[in-house]
Design a protein around this ligand. Structure first.
Ligand code: GDP
Ligand code: MG
Length: 143
């Protein structure tokens, strides 16, 4: 069994998608092992997204999450990191497959976000690799 970190980003919370999103992970065979709602400080989000430091969208990304309510959860299952990423879909919701969370529930695109100088609003953060998951679970849940 593997564990991974998922965040329902502020757009997902604002759009009342929490229940729908959790249902999709549970139906997909994942178990919710821990969960909390928090508004992370700017410094905390900078640590969470440290891997993107220096990229053109880094500051936009910090602004997207800092001091706004997100739902953080620990999901567990077989190959949980890869399974969750599959259920979530690709970064740009306009390109994400139908049947994925971003493909079905996302209403944004990279093109639109870049033109409006903001982060892509894509509902979810999910750890990208098992190594990232370990670091992120420690950061968000201390385990
Ligand atoms: P993820 O793992 O699919 O969430 O994507 P990344 O780790 O590559 O990027 C982190 C987050 O930054 C994404 O979920 C988007 O919200 C945002 N982002 C990524 N790429 C871009 C981009 O090219 N333009 C803008 N405006 N935002 C981006
Ligand atoms: Mg990522």
């Amino acid at each position: 069994m593997e564990r991974t970190l998922v965040l329902i980003k502020p757009d997902g919370v604002d759009r009342n998608l929490i229940g729908e999103i959790i249902k999709r992970f549970e139906n997909g065979g994942l178990k919710v092992r821990d969960m909390k709602m928090v508004a992370p400080k700017k410094e905390f989000v900078e640590i969470h997204y440290a891997m993107h430091k220096g990229k053109p969208f880094f500051d936009l990304l910090i602004k997207y999450l800092a001091n706004r309510q997100v739902v953080a959860m620990v999901l567990e299952g077989k190959d949980a990191v890869a399974l969750v990423r599959k259920i979530v879909g690709t970064t740009d919701p306009s390109k994400a497959d139908k049947g994925t969370i971003r493909g079905d529930l996302g209403n944004d695109s990279r093109e639109k976000a870049d033109a409006e100088h903001r982060s892509i609003y894509n509902v979810i953060h999910a750890s990208g690799t098992p190594e990232e998951a370990k670091v992120e679970l420690k950061l968000w849940f201390g385990k």
